[in-house]
Design a protein around this ligand. Structure first.
Ligand code: FPP
Length: 236
């Protein structure tokens, strides 16, 4: 049973296994991403109903550009379809959308859809749905360091006074609490350049279920596992 008093504030997910799900059914990879999008919709609803404050999903990494151009453009088309179909529902549920990553490098149409979702939901006060898009953890830390170095160069910051807070404030996630729980599906046990800085003290839960099969029940199971962990943050 989930303890409603101990709901994680921030849950981050690596939605892995769409390709294998499709392959198992002799379907094209895009059918897997399509099914993955449906799973994502269910998990957003479930997370919001549980009172989770931040749900962050890894939708497209800086490394995903290496996939076939057909798959890359397919994922962005899916993203546009998702925003067209779901924006009203997200807005109705008071969900606020935020993008983590260099999303202006995406195809124009996708950028337009994303900006519309940001503008429509900007004043919402419910769950924040963070979509990591063209996101890479090392790239993010590098950008933060460059921003700070620039300030040092300009003389507005002293190098030996830089704090962890300064680095965090210059990440895409500035203002977002670190993830309490990080879930990766499909049996893979890697971080794959996701939220490297932010996951320093996150609890990791790995599920063998392929992302398109990841239901509300599976999500709730992961939260129960989280609730049974003892978090020490380096202390005793
Ligand atoms: C990982 O599975 C999944 C992705 C890289 C794409 C994630 C996209 C979605 C869940 C749906 C679209 C939603 C948005 C917001 C764009 P994989 O392809 O790496 O699976 P595999 O490891 O089995 O090949």
């Amino acid at each position: 049973m989930i303890d409603l008093e101990k709901i994680p504030e921030h849950v981050a997910i690596i939605m892995d296994g769409n390709g294998r799900w499709a392959q198992n059914r002799n379907l094209p990879r895009m059918a897997g991403h399509n099914a993955g999008m449906m799973a994502m919709k269910e998990i957003i609803k479930a997370a919001s109903a549980l009172g989770i404050k931040h749900l962050t999903v890894y939708a497209f990494s800086t490394e995903n550009w290496k996939r076939s151009s057909e798959e890359v453009s397919g994922i962005f088309k899916l993203l546009i379809i998702y925003v067209e179909k779901e924006l009203n529902e997200l807005h109705k549920n008071n969900v606020k959308v935020r993008i983590l990553g260099h999303y202006d490098r995406l195809p124009k149409e996708a950028v337009k859809s994303l900006e519309r979702s940001l503008a429509t939901t900007k004043d919402n006060t419910g769950m924040q749905f963070n979509i990591a898009l063209n996101y890479g953890g090392r790239d993010e830390i590098l950008r933060s360091v460059k921003n700070l170095a620039m300030k040092v160069e300009q003389g507005s910051l002293k190098a030996d006074e830089i704090t962890e807070g300064d680095i965090a404030d210059n990440l895409y996630t500035s203002g977002i609490p670190d993830p309490d729980l990080l879930i990766r599906t499909s049996g893979e046990m890697r971080l794959s350049n996701y939220l490297l800085w932010q996951s320093a003290y996150s609890e990791f839960v790995f599920s063998d279920v392929l992302w398109p099969d990841f239901t509300k029940e599976e999500f709730e199971k992961a939260i129960e596992v989280f609730q049974n962990r003892k978090r020490r943050f380096g202390g005793r």
